[in-house]
Ligand binder design. Sequence first.
Ligand SMILES: [Zn+2]
Length: 257
Amino acid sequence: MRTSDQDGVLLYAFTCGYITLPMSFFLDGEPGKAKVPACVFLIDHPKGLVLFDSGFSDRFIGMEKGLGKIVDMPAGETVSDKLRGLDIDPAQIDYVINSHLHIDHAGGNRLIPDATIISQSSEWDYGMAGEDTAYAIEDFDTGQPVQRITGELDLFDDGTVIIFPTAGHTPGHQSVQVKTATGLAILAGDCCNMRRSLDEMHLPDHCFNVDQYRGSLEKLSKIRRAGAQIFYGHDPDFWAMIPQSESLNLNRIGEPK
Ligand SMILES: [Zn+2]
């Protein structure tokens, strides 16, 4: 953890469950299946602790039927378990930024009792409509205050944590740019599933809005060319290179440029 405010903004990554889906779900036309991680990030800013996404709910632990056939949520790996592993009480978290409200991104919201949830307004409304089975209202609407935003938000007003819209996967998908001492990180979420999504401008076989999705990928591509480190939403090979539960040094990630 930080030793002083001079450390700047620290970034931590951890996995909170897995889901197995057809590969085409991530990259259109690809054969086979992929078991992919639910990626969660902790942003440690001098003015507050922030989560980007919260992984799968603990309700999936031991579930064998229904969604339990494709979701693997090991005991001891919920977002609150991972935080405690860093000596952080989940009640210390000030904000949860949900990239979107699908079950693999907002399932742990319930376990973060005193945070404000930050969602694009359009995403919240769409999820609350209850018509799309990728959402579970019981997972994401768990009583905390919700800060609904439209467009960009500079969370601490200092340019270090900037939330920006990346619609297409869902109506109100959002990503976060984090300025750390070792470089610029983009926590993409599902607007960019894998490194190949960007390398090849390769869309998934389905999305809420294809034109918006392509626009979001193009936005990320430009940011990557400028030198930022993109954290792809569901890339098992990329994720295997990321040290878990320790302060990340972006210079040591070793992604081929
Ligand atoms: Zn996802």
